[in-house]
Design a protein around this ligand. Structure first.
Ligand code: GLA
Length: 727
């Protein structure tokens, strides 16, 4: 049993393969958090300490006992107004204007299988793979009820959490803040690892020491954002890739969010994640309920690599869905960096011809095929094929491309609208614009109000009308601006419109994946601006960044790998000098880096020299050879691109028989010191054979001493080494 309720001492214990999570209902009905760490039996309530602490008040129920204070005890779901002055997970504004909400336990339920959340993405599991715990709490005065949900996937060391808040009172209330998870850890010296960045440089690894106070990350942009990724890790200060305790929280949501780590006055650390509470004030009429999106948590007591692998495995098999979730993906060439807006049907057809010649499976026609779209200043919303520009109907173009043996994919951006579009001229009120104010433009576009059903329905019909014009096997769903000018024409919805927007997007995506089960979806947002677990529920791959420079990608993909499997990272070989950085790297280096992702191309293939074309053909063969290992193997970061000149990483099959090590030199200097790359996850006591040279290596030596990788005199040189076990 993954979930155990011990009636005698009122504890809930959640066991996964390697971890245990424990809570307790205390004598006042307060739900306290006890423990999250290495798997263990027993009751950990000995960790709670009771002493009189000044300025930490005491609930009335405690009588004259000054040693009981919610201001210092570890709580499972802290609320505002109970005497806990630390960061609350829930703030309710009652009808009388007060903010108090004092939640006490009144029941629970344990069921087999994993709960699901209507209208929201969430981890899923079969009845025998997971268990669900629902804990019922209520505030006796207002009637507010909270159901804390826990999904336990023992095999994956994963616990999911969320909260459902119901107004059981007789008056309307406002939810001012509803986080999905809050985790109190009574002691420890921690670092918070976050993934910040910006457009074209997403998920940059940051590691900050926790001092008294808090570190807050998040996005107010209406989408998960380039600036901070909704994933964070709390790691004991000494934790490394292969040592130490660490916790991850990843938000299965793509809109505005907040993550926070707070170290309080008694050195307890509180880690929290959920919806951003600014621009959010959710009205709940009597009997209405609010369902918060899910947070996925994992704990590793053996370092960061294991923590990442837990998330990778869970997301790959229990969050991604559909035909392509674990199967081989088409290698594609995307038209964006190949020709931007300058193309006609023949240009795309020529790209497909070159693709066929090189062994590339699919051509994707990116932005520019609809309305009068010849730049990013117009036509979003007018999802009508520009047959004049293409010189032929879309169906005809697809047929001709398919006749070459090449698949066809297309780009869309359903949420965007240009002021210069027929849609906007017809329905100006469908875009977020505050009446009486001029809207803020971004990339010359506005955002459609997807919180409105008629908008979602109309856009869905328009997009389907395009997708039904031929054999479209891939869709890139883009979203190219932050949401501003927020306004709802329905006053009641004004303060919840940003959340309802996201529900509208998810509704659209759900309908799309149901209607087109054979289409491979890749989501995107100006590159990797909406790279989150929520999107993975609808698209098994996400465009990682608009920055396709192989060397910058080392950092971007490194950061991304902490929270997301390689099988979902869109990664392409592009032209040199690189369009974002001007850097020149070899075809080999670009290939090795792009292979640590979904692998594809993004350049004008006909400009390649005969030699480069040969290299592409070889690359494709290489990728196909290692594809399964890359997609489904265990991923290890072998170095840190912020510290090491040589960046190395490894894929190893789960049965430990096959290993692919890749390495790229970020620097060349005179008299280079020789880096030793230490392998991970090999089967100790065995030998591994390099499949190119035939040379044998003892697993223990590769793990403990490493492999010297002799620097080459070529700038940014890359190598791959493929080994097999010799039993
Ligand atoms: C975004 C995407 C790019 C490309 C352009 C098209 O920036 O990230 O890959 O699709 O839009 O306008």
């Amino acid at each position: 049993m993954a979930i155990v309720f011990n009636e005698k001492d009122s504890t809930f214990t959640l066991h996964t393969k390697n971890t245990t999570y424990q809570m307790k209902v205390d004598q006042y009905g307060v739900l306290l958090h006890l423990y999250y760490g290495a798997r263990t039996e027993g009751n950990m309530d000995y960790l709670l300490t009771y002493t009189d602490r000044g300025f930490s008040g005491n609930p009335h129920d405690a009588g004259q006992d000054r040693t009981y204070s919610l201001d210092v005890l570890p709580q499972e779901y802290p609320t505002f107004g109970t005497g806990d002055y630390r960061s609350p997970a829930l703030i309710v504004k009652n009808h009388d204007g007060s903010f108090a909400c004092d939640l006490r336990y009144y029941g629970h339920q344990i069921t087999n299988g994993k709960y699901y959340l209507q209208g929201l993405p969430a981890v899923y599991a079969e009845a025998e793979e997971a268990q669900t715990l629902a804990i019922f709490l209520r505030d006796p005065v207002s009637g507010v009820q909270v159901r804390l949900m826990y999904g336990v996937l023992p095999e994956y060391d994963i616990i999911t959490r969320t909260a459902i808040v119901k107004n059981k009172g007789s008056e309307p209330i406002l939810l001012e803040k509803v986080l999905s998870a809050s985790l109190d850890i009574v002691n420890g010296d921690f670092d918070l690892i976050t993934f910040g960045g910006r457009y074209a440089m997403e998920r940059i690894y940051n590691r900050d020491r926790m001092e008294q106070g808090s570190i807050v990350i998040g996005s107010r942009r209406g989408y998960s954002s380039h600036q901070f990724n909704p994933m964070m890790i709390l790691a004991e200060h000494r934790t490394t890739e292969n040592y130490g305790k660490c916790y991850a929280m990843s938000f299965v949501y793509s809109g505005a969010w907040k993550g926070k780590a707070e170290r309080d006055h008694v050195e307890l650390t509180r880690l929290q994640m959920g919806l951003h509470d600014e621009n959010f004030s959710y009205p709940l009429a009597p009997e209405e309920a609010f369902v918060a999106p899910e947070v996925v948590m994992s704990c590793s007591t053996s370092g960061l690599a294991r923590l990442s692998q837990n998330l990778h495995d869970c997301f790959r098999s229990h969050l991604c869905r559909g035909k392509y979730k674990e199967s081989s993906r088409p290698i594609l060439v995307n038209s964006w960096e190949s020709c931007y807006f300058e193309f006609d049907g023949e240009t795309i057809y020529k790209l497909a011809q070159d693709a066929a010649d090189l062994g590339i499976d699919m051509v994707v026609m990116d932005d520019g095929w609809f309305g009068k779209r010849n730049s990013d200043r117009s036509s979003l919303g007018d999802w009508v094929v520009n047959e004049e520009k293409l010189g032929m109907p879309l169906g005809k173009l697809i047929e001709r491309i398919n006749a070459l043996g090449v698949k066809f994919g297309i780009w869309i951006e359903p949420e965007g609208v240009s002021e210069d579009s027929d849609l906007y001229r017809e329905h100006p009120d469908w875009a977020y614009v505050i009446p009486g104010r001029n809207p803020e433009r971004s990339r010359s576009q506005l955002v459609l109000d997807f919180s409105r059903k008629e908008v979602v329905d109309t856009m869905f019909e328009k997009i389907c009308a395009v997708l039904d014009q031929g054999n479209i096997e891939y869709v890139k769903w883009d979203c190219n601006r932050s949401i501003g000018n927020l306004y709802s024409h329905d006053t009641y919805s004004q303060s919840k419109v940003l959340f309802d927007y996201m529900l509208g997007v998810y509704d659209f995506m759900e309908r799309l994946v149901q209607r087109y089960p054979n289409i491979l979806f890749e989501t995107c947002s100006g590159g990797g601006g909406r790279f989150d677990a929520g999107m993975l529920y609808y698209s098994p791959q996400i465009w990682t960044s608009d920055n396709t420079d192989a060397i910058d990608r080392l950092r971007i993909q490194y950061g991304t790998s902490f929270g997301y499997p390689v099988s979902c990272m869109g990664s392409h070989v592009s032209a040199v000098p690189n369009h974002q950085t001007g850097r020149i790297t070899s075809m080999n280096t670009r290939g090795v880096v792009a292979m640590s992702g979904t692998f594809g191309y993004e350049l004008n293939l006909s400009r390649l020299t005969a030699e480069e074309k040969e290299a592409v053909r070889r690359q494709i063969k290489t990728f196909r050879k290692y594809e399964k290992l890359i997609q489904q193997g265990r991923y290890y970061r072998l170095s840190n691109p912020y510290e090491d000149a040589l960046v190395a990483w490894e894929f190893i099959s789960k049965d430990q028989t096959e290993v692919l090590m890749s390495a790229v030199a970020q620097e060349v200097h005179g008299y280079m010191l020789i880096p030793y790359v230490k392998f991970r996850g090999l089967k100790r006591g065995t030998m591994y054979q390099d499949q190119t040279t035939g040379k044998m290596y003892p697993a223990d030596a590769l793990i403990d001493m490493g492999l010297p990788v002799i620097p080459s005199k070529e700038e940014y040189a890359a190598t791959q080494m493929y080994l097999k076990i010799v039993e």
